[in-house]
Unconditional design. Structure first.
Length: 322
């Protein structure tokens, strides 16, 4: 048993490292494929006035004069020592930027997931309680709307409407951390979280509906119903509990997506999260900032997947037995 567990952990670790290395290579190549460089991003049209000596000096300063393979492994070697690079835009290290931005995105992602589960799971169970009914159709329409409406459009509409009608725009006052002003922080997070939750709740709702319908057709559910188990207890202890594995899987995938996919919402609501950090890094062609931040996001995604696998063992005895 211990040998099997050791092999499983080693296999997961090797897979995670291979995934991170693949992400590093892809991001490195894609950034170099984008026209322009940090020189053109900083100087704009003035780049054309540079002499060959000045351009060569700037390329040496930014490390662009070295071969791509040397640039890649130099950056990768810095990562192993905790050096994520330097941001000339913010005049600080990428590690310091990430330490400030990652908690913002994590808070937003956690609030979004909580709201998504509060909305999606009850709606999915409600739709599954009477399949092909008006109730089920209404739930399907809500789910389709959540999948169809772009986050940037919903974010802009919410922000514009509340600012115009209620004169309420807490995000306009500048970001407030939970330690500085918890009340204002929650006010600033509620609209972005609701915007993202509307889209995330849709796949959770559809997954819940499918899982509940499948579990309800099992023999043990019919047996429990025949024994007179109350409907609420039947739904909670027999149906929902056994439907948690696909729900947890979908929730884990969506949480991983939120870590890097909330960039548009963070930009609209002026949240200094990690997605916005990537966007600004791309605009300024700061290779180290984008590469290191994307790798941190990938690492967080891998950790979330590992935690999701661990949750399987807690909620499903069949997984523990296997």
């Amino acid at each position: 048993m211990r040998t099997l567990l050791r092999h499983t952990l080693v296999r997961r670790l090797v897979t995670a490292l291979a995934t991170l290395f693949g992400v590093a290579v892809v991001v490195f190549v894609m950034l170099r494929a984008i026209p322009g460089s940090q020189i053109t991003a900083n100087l704009g049209i003035e780049t054309a006035a540079l002499t060959p000596e000045q351009r060569a000096s700037l390329e040496a300063y930014y490390g662009l004069d070295r071969p791509l393979v040397v640039q890649f492994f130099s950056w990768l070697g810095g990562l192993l020592t905790g050096n994520l690079g330097w941001s000339s835009r913010a005049h600080t290290s990428v590690l310091a930027l990430t330490a400030q931005a990652l908690p913002v995105t994590l808070e937003l992602a956690l609030l979004t997931i909580v709201l998504s589960l509060v909305i999606g799971v009850p709606l999915g169970m409600l739709s599954a309680s009477k399949p092909n009914s008006a109730r089920d159709a209404a739930g399907q329409v809500v789910g389709l709307a959540g999948l169809s409406i772009p986050a940037f459009l919903l974010a802009t509409a919410l922000l514009s409407a509340l600012s115009a009608w209620l004169h309420w725009n807490p995000n306009g006052a500048g970001y407030a951390s939970p330690g500085k002003d918890l009340g204002l922080n929650l006010e600033q997070m509620v609209l972005p979280a609701l915007t993202l939750a509307f889209g995330i709740a849709a796949p959770i709702m559809r997954t819940t509906r499918s899982a509940v319908l499948e579990i309800r057709s099992e023999d043990f559910v019919r047996t429990a119903r025949a024994k007179g188990v109350p409907p609420r207890r039947l739904q909670a202890r027999h149906v929902l509990r056994n439907a948690l594995v696909p729900i947890v899987t979908m929730t884990g995938l969506q949480f991983g997506y939120l870590l890097g996919g909330a960039v548009v919402v963070e930009q609209v609501f002026s949240l200094p999260g990690i997605g916005r950090q990537v966007l600004l890094g791309i605009q300024q062609k700061e290779y180290a900032t984008v590469q290191s931040t994307v790798l941190v996001i990938a690492l967080a995604f891998v950790v979330v997947n590992l935690l999701t696998d661990a949750l399987y063992r807690l909620i499903d005895p069949r997984v523990r037995a296997a």
